[in-house]
Design a protein around this ligand. Structure first.
Ligand code: C2E
Ligand code: MG
Ligand code: MG
Length: 707
């Protein structure tokens, strides 16, 4: 009757012995103890019977012809189910070698002849029970391992008496450690990134010494990504007497949980369409910005943007196109903010910013730690310019504009809601003003903004309508008082405003990029003027031209200067280019190459307004500068203020020892002139000699020769 997997009423024993009488006696004893019994007279038959009947217990004689008990035992253990049977070896009396061999072959126990028949039955039943318990234990252990694997769990423990550390193979697998080697507590911590490892170690050490529970979550990283996130929890286990015995810990892979948390955070704080911060996150950051600005007495701006006529785009081209446009606007805003520091040549360099989409077509920008309201205006203008560029979306050419309202902390409100409300009100004001412009909440700032707008608008026509002219200010050799040069200074003759000084429009031209054209015009005009004076028989003097620092390296300036020199056939040695420290502060390879390119033309380079910026000595040695012009803010006070005089003296001494020519700007009185000459300054300029004058008047001064 082959085995059919159904649970048995009685356990089945197989007696294997070549001695018939022993088989009968053993069989009888086992039957008496509740077993069904089958018999085999040699090893081969025993194997066949085992396969067909799968007995629970096997009594196996050691000494049998052909195939002895050891071989039979080894063979049974090699069969399917062979590990589940209990095998009792029957050996000769105190045959210790056989006993050892029996265990090696896989027997569970042995009994030696002569056999005590009553004891045999008990022994057999006990073996069966022990075998079942052992099997159950094994089953539980592998179930636990499987469960831990599924739950991504592993455990570890520290013996409190010996501090010995042990960790399960599941824990090793989880942490990317080799379970085959002995893992120490320090090995257990190695997958944690170095900067967090010590902290985790200290926390666990503390929990062990203070007999406390703990829970820590931290990232781990194997040799290759991805990172995992681990939750490690530990608890003290006490023995029956209530004494602490060991710290039992569980490590769990919570990467999926972390990822889900991150996704929830993104959903809660970020706008799904553009990836920008949403209203909730923005308000939170705004509150933080207020706290920071209060603590450090800083000013910040809140820009409120609304696209003009966005609804029409949505209605006519569909929501999909509308969405695409919003995404592009978000991108443009990001770029405008990033480009901000380069455009302003340092003005908002330290400002921090954050962009959010409040909803619909409304965006907000937080511009922290700004120096002047003008910084916010500058960003608003930049955004307006860049958003106006045509967008191609889904095959449509779309032109959009935006209106921006600006509120400032603290002057327009000290609470987030008020700042937001006021920026919104300013934005409506901008819409009312014809859209495509920006407005401050504070009215006085708007006047400035309007003025700035009108300059930008009118400047576009200034060059074409010949409204720009050059004035010239004489540069004097201080010991002889002879005119040795002229500085060309630009003026704008505005049809309504009259003479506009350069400080009012050069920054605008820099921002809009018109400075490139202006620089070309100034160079051409100044070089031509120099030739005209020379041709009319006036003494040869040098000509100084101011070049704006804005993106000097991008202006192809070397070519522009070359052209101006060639067309006027002016001697390059008579041309001096004035730059300011801003240019040197950009210190890029392109800037150095540009300056060296200029030097290569054999002209001179002057550092203008020296003493107002960083005035770093390294600039003077690192760049090819020939002349230093002491800023005019130092000269007027030098007769009364000894500190100013000390600075002037220091610049003169230092500059001359480096072989530079020193020019003092803004000399207005005789005392100033005398004092500066006394301290060895080479040249000077200022109202004391002459203000900047038109070309014909300059020719008159030059004809006279000295001042
Ligand atoms: P800068 O190059 O330092 O020019 C000297 C400024 O000082 C001129 O102002 C001049 O009129 C003024 N000044 C001269 N003597 C005295 C004096 O005794 N006392 C006082 N208080 N001021 C005096 P301006 O013409 O208004 O020019 C201002 C700045 O505009 C110039 O400073 C220069 O940086 C810039 N600039 C002028 N022309 C040009 C130009 O053609 N291109 C560029 N990129 N910038 C220019
Ligand atoms: Mg100058
Ligand atoms: Mg100057």
């Amino acid at each position: 009757m082959p085995h059919d997997n159904r649970p048995r009423q009685k356990p089945l024993a197989m007696v294997v012995d070549d001695d018939l009488s022993l088989r009968i006696s053993m069989g009888a004893a086992l039957k008496k103890s509740g077993f069904n019994v089958i018999e085999a007279e040699n090893g081969h038959l025993a194997l066949d019977l085992f396969l067909s009947q799968r007995p629970d217990l096997i009594l196996l004689d050691v000494m049998m012809p052909e195939m002895d008990g050891f071989e039979t035992c080894t063979a049974i253990r090699g069969l399917t189910w062979g590990l589940h049977a209990q095998i009792l070896m029957v050996t000769g009396l105190e045959d210790t070698i056989s006993i050892e061999k029996a265990f090696e072959a896989g027997a569970n126990d042995f009994v030696s002849k002569p056999i005590n028949w009553t004891m045999l039955g008990h022994r057999a039943r006990y073996m069966l029970r022990a075998g079942k318990a052992f099997e159950e234990l094994n089953r539980n252990r592998s179930r636990l391992a499987k469960t831990q694997e599924l739950a991504k769990l592993g455990n570890w423990q520290i013996d409190l008496a010996t501090r010995e550390f042990n960790c399960s193979s599941e824990a090793c697998q989880l942490l990317g450690l080799n379970p085959a080697t002995k893992v120490s507590f320090l090995d257990f911590l190695t997958p944690i990134p170095a900067h967090e490892r010590n902290l985790v170690k200290t926390k666990i050490d503390q929990a062990v010494t203070r007999l406390k529970t703990f829970a820590l979550s931290y990232p781990i990283q194997f040799s290759a990504p991805p990172k995992k996130h681990i939750l490690n929890q530990g608890e003290i286990v006490f023995n029956e007497e209530g004494m602490p015995e060991f710290m039992l810990g569980v490590v769990q892979d919570i990467s999926q949980l972390k990822q889900a948390e991150e996704e929830i955070r993104l959903l809660a704080f970020y706008d799904g369409l553009t990836g920008l911060a949403n209203r909730m996150l923005f308000l939170d950051r705004l509150d933080q910005a207020i706290i920071l600005a209060k603590r450090y007495r800083q000013v910040f701006a809140l820009l409120f943007l609304d696209l003009d006529r966005f609804k029409r785009i949505n209605d006519t081209l569909g929501h999909h196109t509308g969405d695409l446009l919003l995404k592009q606007v978000a991108k443009t805003l990001n770029q405008s903010i990033r480009g901000c520091d380069t455009v302003t040549t340092g003005n908002v360099k330290k400002a921090d910013s954050m962009i959010a989409r409040l909803g619909g077509d409304e965006f907000t920008i937080l511009l922290s730690n700004i120096k002047y309201p003008g910084n916010a205006a500058l960003l608003a203008r930049r955004i307006i310019r860049e958003i106006t560029v045509a967008h191609t979306l889904g095959g449509h050419e779309i032109s959009v504009t935006t209106s921006i309202g600006i509120s400032l902390f603290p002057q327009d409100g000290e609470e987030s809601e008020i700042l937001l409300k006021n920026a919104d009100a300013a934005m409506y004001h901008a819409k009312g003003n014809g859209r495509n412009n920006y407005q401050f909440y504070t009215e006085a700032l708007n006047r400035k903004a309007m003025e700035r707008f009108s300059i930008e608008r009118d400047l576009k026509k200034a060059l074409a309508n010949n409204q720009l002219i050059l004035y010239y200010q004489p540069q004097i050799h201080l010991s002889t008082r002879k005119i040795i040069g002229a500085e060309a200074l630009i003026r704008w003759i505005h049809p309504e405003k009259g003479l506009v000084p350069p400080n009012d429009f050069i920054p605008v031209a820099e921002e809009t990029g018109q400075i490139i054209e202006i620089n070309q015009w100034v160079l051409k005009t100044a070089c031509r003027q120099n030739r005209k004076w020379r041709e009319s028989g006036l003494p040869l003097i040098s000509m100084a031209v101011n070049l704006s620092g804005y993106k000097l390296a991008d202006q192809n300036i070397v070519q522009t200067v070359t052209n101006a020199l060639e067309r006027s056939s002016m001697d390059p040695g008579s041309l001096e280019i004035e730059i300011t420290e801003n240019v040197l502060m950009q210190e890029t390879d392109e800037t150095i190459a540009t300056l060296e390119g200029l030097k290569g033309l054999n002209l001179r380079i002057a550092l203008d307004d020296f003493g107002t910026g960083y005035s770093s000595l390294s600039y003077l040695t690192a760049f090819p500068v020939d002349t230093i012009k002491i800023d005019r803010s130092f000269v007027p006070g030098c007769t009364a203020d000894p500190k100013k005089l000390i600075i002037i003296k220091a610049i003169i001494a230092m500059g001359q020892s480096l072989g530079k020519t020193i020019v003092a700007e803004g000399i207005e009185t005789m005392e100033q002139f005398e004092l500066i000459r006394l301290h060895g300054c080479d040249q000077g300029q200022g109202y004391y000699f002459s203000p900047p004058v038109p070309e014909d008047r300059f020719a008159g001064l030059l004809a006279k020769g000295d001042l």
